[in-house]
Write a protein of this length. Structure first.
Lengths: 165, 103
């Protein structure tokens, strides 16, 4: 299990290197250093005993992510260009159901892509969210987004649910 | 001029318009966190459209994959930086006004 995870990460970093360098032969030698270095750093920053992200689930999430990125950009551009400047900014504190920090960071990234919301870090099973229109906040939508993000992880994430202590 | 050239021009033009809107938001929005909305969201979309134009212009799968990765890394970097900046804006706001930095 542990070796498989290490190999998994090496293969992903190697694929990233080959894609970014276009498979150029003279770049391979640098890749031979960069790929193991990136793997070691990733193992140090996020050890394999932590809940893992399931790649095919992330791939399944991408169409939704791209559509949301499009809607988010459109919404903020519309507000910035409107002469009346239709914004009513404010903060809310959203309760989370899981304490995992990696899931919190990922959720923050996705929340910041959504139209009108921007994450300002999470901790203690809650997240500070800034809204361009504070009256339009929906706790249900936030919970649905958290469920989607937790669904990208393997089952080990469940042990960090707030309900499980 | 081929259909591809027209599509490239349209994507580039739209992408630049989003960059423009993002910069306008940076100038017009009243507080730090609102300005971050404009910068991250509009610019991510602008970069995505410009990247799509570049991928279409070069018309190779390898180049398109490279550009898609560059876009993804830029989005991740922007997402992390904006969370850190928003966190600081939140803390500063709480210190000066107990209700946050409402204008």
């Amino acid at each position: 299990m542990r070796l498989a995870s290490v190999l998994n990460r090496s293969v992903i970093f190697a694929l990233l290197w080959v894609t970014l360098t276009g498979g150029a032969a003279d770049a391979l030698i640098y890749g031979g250093v960069a790929v193991p270095a990136a793997t070691l750093l990733s193992l140090r920053l996020y050890p394999v005993d932590q809940p893992g992200v399931v790649l095919w689930r992330v791939a399944g999430f991408m169409p939704r992510f791209l559509a949301q990125a499009f809607m988010g950009g459109l919404d903020v551009a519309r507000r910035a260009l409107d002469p009346r400047l239709p914004i009513a900014p404010g903060w809310v504190r959203a309760e989370l159901t899981n304490r995992n920090e990696a899931a919190g960071v990922l959720l923050g990234g996705v929340v910041s892509i959504l139209p009108g919301s921007l994450a300002a870090g999470s901790g203690d099973a809650a997240m500070d969210v800034h809204l361009l229109n504070v009256t339009g906040y929906s706790a249900d939508r936030m919970q649905a987004d958290e469920r989607r993000i937790l669904g990208l992880f393997d089952r080990r994430i469940d042990s960090q649910d707030v309900a499980n202590g | 001029m081929s259909w591809i050239d027209l599509a490239v021009l349209a994507l580039l033009g739209t992408g630049l318009a989003f960059y423009g809107a993002g910069s306008l938001g940076l100038l017009r929005f009243p507080d730090t966190a609102s300005r971050l909305h404009a910068l991250t969201k509009a610019d991510n979309l602008g970069l995505g459209l410009v990247a799509l134009a570049a991928a279409l212009h070069w018309g190779s799968l390898a180049v398109a994959a490279k550009i898609a990765l560059v876009w993804l890394f830029a989005v991740i970097a922007a997402g992390i930086t904006s969370q850190l900046l928003a966190r600081q804006a939140r803390l500063d706001g709480t210190r000066s006004h107990p209700d946050g930095d409402r204008p």
